[in-house]
Design a protein around this ligand. Sequence first.
Ligand code: MLT
Length: 264
Amino acid sequence: MAFAQVGDVRLAYDDEGTGPAVVLLHGFPLGRWIWDAPRAALRDRYRVVTPDLRGHGDSEVTAGPYLMDALAADVARLLDALHIDRAVIGGLSMGGYVAFAFWRRFAARVRGLILCDTRAHGDNQGEKVVRQSTAQAALDQGTAAVVEGMLPKLLAPQSLTGRLDLVAAIRARLAKTDPRAVAATLLGMKEREDSTPTLATITVPTLVVVGGDDQLTPPTLARELQAGIRGARLEVVPEAGHLAPVEQPTATSTALRRFLDALP
Ligand code: MLT
């Protein structure tokens, strides 16, 4: 692990391997650890950079809200610090929202996109209300209270019932996220723009990946992404929920590798 001061925040990141750069962004309230397996599987041929987004993992907690544009700007500054001009930008769920924001702001720096267990549309009114009350609950009751409600939705049913070690490990990781960061991120996601109009603007090779049992961003939404982005490929990872790289690390890494190896 290394650290870089980018603007007003100190970010933790891993930077492994040599070759064309691939940046993989985690979801909420997760950390760069969700990409451990793909990073290990890709580093023989690619430079794989996995930051902890502000407030998450080992990165600094700052005042919120964490708008997706601000998180994208953090990633751009990290690339500057690492002397990386262009990269494939991948993101899981909220990481996908950040990848869309990065594309809108820094398209010239994007060689390809990997959209994993994510969606294009913004929050509707009901979702915004839930974000607001969940942010307050995190501040009032702590992260653990929020995590318990999320966990059943993050994993595939068979992971939840059959892989208790994995469930316990994920619960422990999630609970470590600072409640101020949980609130700041929820409030930032609530304000995110609808990326549906962005889809038609994407002109780089794109891979859409989704766990076959993802309840939060199901395969129907992944197919919408694929249909909206010219030439996009779709990989459905069987027996995985919302955390495909964690629940099925080998299959997910293989899908990423197939896509990256075929890039011009
Ligand atoms: C995530 O995994 O990043 C979240 O489920 C995204 C969201 O809450 O919209």
